[in-house]
Ligand binder design. Structure first.
Ligand code: C2E
Ligand code: MG
Ligand code: MG
Ligand code: MG
Length: 282
């Protein structure tokens, strides 16, 4: 009897499974195409010093250009790139473009000293020392140094604190590359990650900011995370700032560095160049 039920379930489940497998194959091909035909694009979102409005850096966010479907957001393909092992090829392109672009902005806008670019890596990339060579190569070719770039990792990576991961993080740190905990507060044991000296910056997740002007509890949580982080010498970036009221409240709570649609959405490099020209007088 149990067997019969099992069979029925499999049969009912099969179309869904099949649909997903076909979608994965389709996306895998799309990703390969994009890698081959320069369809991997990088957009940049400014990170702002709140009291001056000055950009202190950018986060590089990948997109995929599809011939029919237009620009595809990372949520739709990063997972498949991870599953199919294409994430390394994607990352190489993002690293190359982002470092080259930051070098160009530093030349063009020398008055904005200390500009950085933050690059997101997937957890699996911390299992493979090849990432260090990729980064080293991108730095060498662009003429940047380690402290010009930042690496963002979500908390899920930190669950697998293998010796490999630790070695890679130490290596990055030795090169002056700063590492950010992305989406802070959404993963497991957020608190324990603060003890890891490899982390320079934490980015408070957008979910804490969304209702901050209505929810006293969220506001107190953010205040506490800001104080806690600052007390142990970490830099803190607040993600997902969308309104002036949020910005004002966050400043009152002690936030200095912010990122969000209020300051700018992720945009292609050209649009950011124009934005920077407007921002920099002269
Ligand atoms: P993330 O690293 O947390 O990046 C921030 C995401 O929040 C971006 O979405 C950005 O567009 C969005 N965002 C920023 N400010 C606001 C705001 O004020 N309101 C709202 N509603 N959203 C805001 P995006 O570009 O779709 O990226 C999604 C995620 O994809 C990223 O989250 C990151 O985890 C991943 N990702 C992006 N690029 C790469 C990459 O090159 N490699 C890897 N492994 N992951 C990447
Ligand atoms: Mg990020
Ligand atoms: Mg984030
Ligand atoms: Mg995120």
């Amino acid at each position: 009897h149990a067997k019969e039920t099992g069979t029925t379930r499999v049969v009912e489940y099969f179309p869904e499974l099949q649909r997903r497998m076909m979608e994965t194959v389709r996306f895998e091909n799309d990703i390969r195409e994009a890698i081959r035909n320069d369809g991997v694009e990088v957009h940049y979102q400014p990170i702002i010093e709140a009291h001056t409005g000055r950009p202190i850096g950018f986060e590089a966010l990948v997109r995929m250009r599809h011939p029919e479907r237009g620009l595809i957001p990372p949520a739709d393909f990063i997972g498949i790139a991870e599953e199919t092992g294409l994430i390394g090829d994607l990352s190489r392109i993002v690293l190359k473009k982002a470092t080259r672009q930051l070098a160009a902005w530093k030349r063009e806008f020398p008055s904005l000293n200390g500009l950085t670019v933050a690059i997101n890596l997937s957890p699996s990339q911390f299992d493979d020392p090849a990432i260090i060579d990729q980064i080293a190569k991108a730095l060498e070719k662009s003429g940047l140094s380690g402290d010009d770039i930042k690496i963002e990792v979500t908390e899920s990576m930190l669950m697998e604190n293998t010796s490999q991961t630790v070695t890679i993080m130490e290596d990055m740190k030795d090169r002056g590359i700063r590492i950010c905990i992305d989406d802070f507060g959404t993963g497991y044991s957020s608190f324990s990650h603060l003890r890891n000296h490899a982390f320079d910056t934490l980015k408070i997740d957008r979910s804490f900011i969304m209702r901050i002007t209505e929810d006293k509890r969220d506001a107190e949580l953010v205040r506490t995370i800001l104080q806690l982080g600052q007390n142990i010498g970490m830099n803190i970036i607040v993600e997902g700032v969308e309104t002036k009221d949020q910005r004002t409240l966050l400043s009152d709570l002690g936030a200095h560095h912010m990122q969000g649609f209020l300051f700018g959405k992720p945009l292609p490099a050209k649009a950011i160049s124009d934005w920077l020209s407007d921002w920099v007088p002269g």
